[in-house]
Ligand binder design. Structure first.
Ligand code: KIV
Ligand code: NA
Length: 272
């Protein structure tokens, strides 16, 4: 399994870091077999596998449940898990307690938190020995305020973002996800810190990329955002296969002789 040191080394060597979300055992098996450097058990699972409209409904127990399944499917891959909405804003005590529980019970290697104003909390987690991953730019847990659109589009916001990354780095944050920000800012940010920056909708200048499993595979998602590339068509393949199954049952061509146990337990009337 790669370590946070390896990711820093990859950044130094200009080797791009690949991250993909996974939420269950088969997805994790695929991610590990395909050789992704890191898996993110994102709270996007609220939308991709639970069918909610946003990530806001996702609970700490949901994250633990799914991450355990991902760990079983990807025993040798570095896993980052999201702290979900509402689990790190009420009080520092509660936030630290939730982070410890998530880290301890889920089997993840690091926990990810959204937003810039979490410095005391980050300090407490690092103090407790928990690797912390940041997430800046578009932070979907605040989508009620920001909307799903590009962030940090002014010079002031851009400078604030780089300032936050420098603070994160000084606090010991192991890496940070940058979502939906201008490509020139992301590239500048990557040059400003040694901490790896993983982009989604942030152009090619970050140290790595992350995409959502269901977006990459076109699996149960609607029209994806601009920054997504669909590399497969699971919906097409899946629906076609299910239709073939339904049709063969209706036409009595399934089950056939190959899928039936042939041992006789009732003798024919005539043999008696
Ligand atoms: O939840 C998630 O999938 C994420 C990525 C989009 C970075 O946070
Ligand atoms: Na997330």
């Amino acid at each position: 399994m790669k370590s946070t040191m390896d990711f820093i080394e990859m950044k130094k060597n200009d080797e791009k870091i690949t991250m993909l979300t996974a939420y269950d055992y088969p997805g994790a098996l695929q991610a590990e077999a395909a050789g992704v450097d890191m898996i993110l058990v994102g709270d996007s699972l609220g939308m991709t596998v639970l069918g909610y409209n946003s990530t806001v409904e996702v609970t700490l127990d949901d994250m633990i449940h799914h991450t355990k399944a991902v760990r079983r499917g990807a025993p040798d891959t570095y896993i980052v898990v999201d702290m979900p909405f509402g689990t790190y804003h009420v009080s520092h005590e509660e936030a630290v307690g939730n982070a410890i529980r998530l880290y301890q019970e889920s089997g993840a290697n690091a926990v990810k938190i959204e937003g810039a104003h979490l410095q005391y909390f980050v300090h407490r987690l690092v103090d407790a020995g928990i690797p912390v991953v940041g997430h800046l730019g578009l932070t979907p847990q605040s989508v009620g305020i920001t909307g799903f659109k590009m962030q940090a589009s002014s010079k002031e916001e851009a400078e604030e973002l780089i300032g936050t990354l420098e603070v994160f780095q000084s606090l010991g944050v192991v890496m940070t996800v940058l979502e939906a920000i201008p490509a020139d800012l992301a590239e500048k940010a990557a040059g400003a810190v040694e901490m790896p920056l993983i982009g989604i909708g942030a152009g090619v200048g970050t140290d790595g990329q992350v995409l959502v499993y269901h977006d990459v595979l076109k699996y149960g998602t609607g029209r994806p955002p601009r920054f997504v590339k669909q590399y497969g068509d699971f919906d097409g393949i899946g629906i076609k296969a299910i239709k073939a199954y339904v049709s063969e049952v209706k036409s009595k061509s399934f089950p056939d002789e190959h899928t039936t146990y042939k041992k006789k337990v009732y003798e024919d009337e005539d043999d008696r």
